[in-house]
Design a protein around this ligand. Structure first.
Ligand SMILES: Cc1cc2nc3c(=O)[nH]c(=O)nc-3n(C[C@H](O)[C@H](O)[C@H](O)COP(=O)(O)OP(=O)(O)OC[C@H]3O[C@@H](n4cnc5c(N)ncnc54)[C@H](O)[C@@H]3O)c2cc1C
Length: 434
């Protein structure tokens, strides 16, 4: 019987296993060095914040795997021998595969800062990171101040987590406004203000120079590159992005760049070896998408697609329109299609921005200046319907249509009863002065 081995028990690896099981009776083994069972990484913050127990982050009961005849193996794969189709484990044993799926996810970036490996310095990615956070930042007596380095989606989650335990946070952000390498300036400025409103000591245009150790090898202060300022702290969170977790593959014959290189069928250069999820890098980008997509739903989609291919129904990875969502403290964020930052905006892309006076709600709509085609929307503090924007993007609706039908896309009719006229008036004014 063909043996499919999957390295990684995250959303992508587990989705692949579930779908292969639905489609076939192949032998399946999932390997992980992290946890015995699949858990929802996106829920880690809620465990620390006391909203749920770690046990509740497991989407499947522990008996699910045996019942579905999916073998689970705990262990760290150290080398992949594609000639003999064998995996060698750090623990000393070996496992053979007929088909191999690499689904090893990401790891937090470390840019060679002095002190980056001290005690009390860590990323926020794994179950081990959560455990270490409980050791080094359980409360504001053990941790009198935390410093977070890197202002992306994981950085802001960490800020919210520490804040929930009343630990003072200094947040070092390289950009001149929070996440303005991704968000248009107007959106980014509102979020920067919101972060400050939560009493986070937000330091913009600030880079980490060095983390200094105490006599026990534990972080005790950080030095800021630009000013030389020293900030005394007990915990340093490194959240300057993630990179594919593939160091162990570099010595193999499998072609890699930043991630494991794959074609549209998620096949690597080696026969019977596939890569999916955060660790996969597309040879050719798909539309405006990045070659590496480190988000939950794309990992799930890749898992579904690779299962089809492995079970004889060869299928390309063809994601639909881009979307994503996150939360910045109290403000929910959703994005559909493409709304580029001021730095990355193509010449033809124009933005219409509306913000509510209370500084917790805004929208930015991107459209093509020449054709008026709707290109994408960012919404903050307003929940929208995915399927409506997906449809409008497919139908290539004009921006006027979108503005006039926003109510259809909105989850909260009350909001639109109050603000629709204001948004439409602002849009008309913008068009009149354009
Ligand atoms: C704090 C946090 C919050 C997030 N929030 C969101 C969100 O709100 N929305 C969203 O879309 N995305 C979010 N993400 C990103 C999302 O969680 C990832 O895109 C997704 O989990 C990646 O899934 P994956 O299956 O590719 O890899 P992973 O979930 O990383 O799983 C890979 C597994 O493989 C194991 N592994 C790696 N190498 C080896 C080896 N050599 N041997 C054995 N095992 C190995 C790893 O230990 C890990 O368990 C968040 C991520 C984090 C860290």
């Amino acid at each position: 019987m063909e043996h499919v081995v999957i390295i990684g028990n995250g959303i992508s690896g587990v989705t692949a296993a579930r779908h292969i099981r639905k489609l076939s009776n192949k032998k399946i083994t999932i390997i992980s060095a992290e946890t015995d069972y699949f858990f929802s990484r996106t829920a880690l913050m809620y465990v620390y914040m006391g909203h749920m127990k770690f046990e509740n982050t497991k989407p499947y009961e522990d008996w699910f795997w045996e019942k579905n005849n999916i073998n689970l193996k705990k262990g760290y794969v150290q080398t992949v021998d594609t000639k003999n189709k064998a995996l060698h484990f750090a623990e000393g044993d070996t496992l053979n595969y007929d088909k191999l799926i690499i689904a090893t996810g990401s790891k937090p970036n470390k840019f060679g800062w002095k002190g980056q490996d001290l005690k009390g310095v860590q990323g926020l990615y794994s179950k081990q990171d959560l455990d270490n956070l409980e050791i080094h930042a359980p409360n504001n007596k053990v941790c009198k101040r935390a410093v977070i380095v890197g202002g992306g989606l994981i950085g802001i989650e960490l800020a919210e987590m520490l804040n929930s335990r009343n630990i003072p946070v200094t947040f070092l952000v390289r950009e001149s406004s929070f996440w303005n390498n991704v968000l248009p300036d107007s959106d980014s400025e509102m979020i920067s203000q919101h972060i400050k409103d939560h009493h986070i000591d937000l330091r913009l245009s600030s880079n980490l120079k060095e983390i200094v150790s105490d006599e026990n090898g534990k972080a005790t202060l950080v030095i800021i590159e630009e000013t030389g300022e020293e900030i005394v702290c007990d915990f340093v969170g490194l959240t300057a992005g993630v990179a594919p977790n593939i160091d162990f593959i570099k010595e193999s014959d499998i072609e890699t760049n930043k991630g494991v290189l794959v074609n549209r069928f998620l096949e690597t250069n080696m026969p019977d070896v596939y890569a999916i999820g955060d660790c996969a890098e597309q040879h050719e980008t798909i539309g405006h998408r990045k070659p590496i997509e480190a988000v939950w739903y794309t990992g799930r989609m890749m898992g579904e697609v690779v299962a089809q291919t492995i079970c004889g129904n060869k299928m390309p990875y063809k994601p639909s329109h881009w979307f994503n969502s996150a939360k910045f403290f109290d403000i929910e964020y959703q994005t559909y299609g493409w709304v580029h930052s001021n730095r990355n905006k193509p010449e033809y892309e124009t933005h219409f921005h509306w913000k509510h006076n209370d500084n917790t709600k805004c929208i930015t709509i991107a459209f093509n200046t020449n054709t008026n085609e709707f290109l994408g929307i960012n919404t903050f503090g307003i929940r929208m319907r995915h399927e409506v924007f997906d449809r409008w993007l497919t139908e290539k609706r004009e921006v006027d249509y979108v503005i006039n039908h926003l109510r259809e896309a909105n989850f909260d009719p009350e909001f639109y009863r109050s603000f629709e006229a204001d948004i439409q008036k602002a849009y008309k004014n913008k068009m009149a002065t354009a």
